[in-house]
Design a protein around this ligand. Structure first.
Ligand SMILES: NC(=O)c1ccc[n+]([C@@H]2O[C@H](COP(=O)([O-])OP(=O)(O)OC[C@H]3O[C@@H](n4cnc5c(N)ncnc54)[C@H](OP(=O)(O)O)[C@@H]3O)[C@@H](O)[C@H]2O)c1
Length: 331
């Protein structure tokens, strides 16, 4: 396993220089102790143009060349969902630590396999669930665990945007790329209920499916002892995306868009307060810093978003898909 001294820079390699990789690279450039060592694309010109925009010491025209590099410590996998498993496994088998975009895999079988390979190779692996590391989520979770809202009875969270004008082959609209709202954005409301209330006792879910099997909307109800989480994701319209968490002593209202909130409103026993908690950069700095902290401590997983958390999250997504008839053609 690659180990790090406290002073050493951590050298990142980026796989799949697309939309999210560009935002992530901007944030890598803000984090002290992070270097963009290399970027790999299936097309070397795309890697070169990404490197000239964000800075990278090396460019590769194939992902394999990056996996083989002996100067890269940790690889950020930023391809469409269906390629996460194989690329992450190949990176880990080459001795690299990995931060893999969400969802870690498209189903439980994939995630379990990835975690097994991480264990066999004794490397760090984390799902890039960036919201978990944002100042707003960190603070509201601490307060809820301390009982500031009393007992939680209700969560309402959604994530929707209009995407139906995209190309039919785009990763959001193509079932062969595990398209649909659930794995791309529905994962966030599911995450919020899970991180605050844990695994539900019962789930109800209903989806709108197109002729090609593409899911375009899914409504979910999580039942807990004395609590309900009403969750939703969709690609057919925009939404305001302000999440609400209600307990018997008060409420939190997360600023839109709540999954990347820069603060929240607290209303406890009749007293209102607006709390500003701005993210640093685009908001990926927080997960990058968590990776650095874990690597410098020689950890193979994060305590804030652990391997078990990734297993539980994908088990919930599998269950929702089963209940609402969302199937991918390759499964
Ligand atoms: N955390 C967040 O805020 C956030 C936001 C958006 C997306 N995401 C996640 O990040 C991942 C990528 O999303 P994105 O919107 O950045 O995707 P994207 O721009 O459509 O694709 C990313 C890159 O993947 C590579 N790729 C490899 N095989 C491909 C294939 N067969 N078809 C298309 N692209 C392929 C391409 O790079 P080359 O061809 O140059 O190698 C492409 O530029 C998704 O899993 C998504 O869930 C996370």
């Amino acid at each position: 396993m690659i180990t790090f001294s406290r002073m050493e820079d951590i050298k990142w390699g980026i796989v799949g220089p697309g939309k999210i990789a560009a935002k992530f690279a901007q944030d890598l450039n803000l984090v002290k102790g992070a270097t963009i060592e290399a970027v790999a694309s299936r097309n070397v010109e795309r890697a070169q143009s990404f490197a000239s925009e964000h800075g990278a010491n090396q460019v590769f025209g194939s992902y394999e060349e990056l996996f083989a590099s002996d100067t890269v410590d940790v690889i950020y996998v930023a391809t469409p969902h269906v390629f996460h498993k194989d690329l992450t496994i190949r990176a880990m088998q080459s001795g690299k630590h990995v931060l893999c975009e969400k969802p870690m895999g498209v189903n439980s079988a994939e995630v379990h396999e990835m975690l097994q390979v991480a264990g066999e190779n004794q490397v760090f692996l984390m799902e890039a669930l960036w919201s978990r590391f944002h100042p707003t989520i960190i603070e509201i979770k601490k307060k809820i665990d301390k009982g500031v809202l009393g007992k939680i009875h209700y969560i309402n969270a959604d994530f929707a945007f209009y995407a139906m004008d995209r190309d039919a082959g785009s990763r959001l609209l193509d079932p062969h790329l595990a398209g649909g709202s659930l794995l791309d954005i529905g994962i966030y409301p599911v995450f919020l209920a899970y991180v605050l209330l844990g695994m539900p006792k019962h789930i109800t879910a209903n989806a709108e499916l197109r002729d090609n099997g593409l899911e375009t909307q899914v409504a979910m109800l999580f039942e807990y002892d004395n609590a309900r989480a009403v969750l939703y994701s969709g690609l057919t319209h925009n939404s305001r995306m302000s999440a609400e968490i209600a307990g018997d002593k008060g409420n939190f209202y997360l600023d839109p868009r709540w999954h990347e909130a820069n603060g929240y409103e607290q209303l406890v026993e009749g007293k209102g307060e607006k709390i500003d908690l701005p993210k640093h950069g685009n908001g990926y700095t927080h997960e990058i810093e968590e990776v650095h902290t874990c690597l410098k401590q020689g950890k193979t997983e994060s305590a804030l978003w652990s391997h078990q958390d990734s297993k539980n999250l994908i088990a919930l997504l599998d269950k929702i898909r089963n209940l609402s008839g969302i199937h991918f053609p390759f499964e």
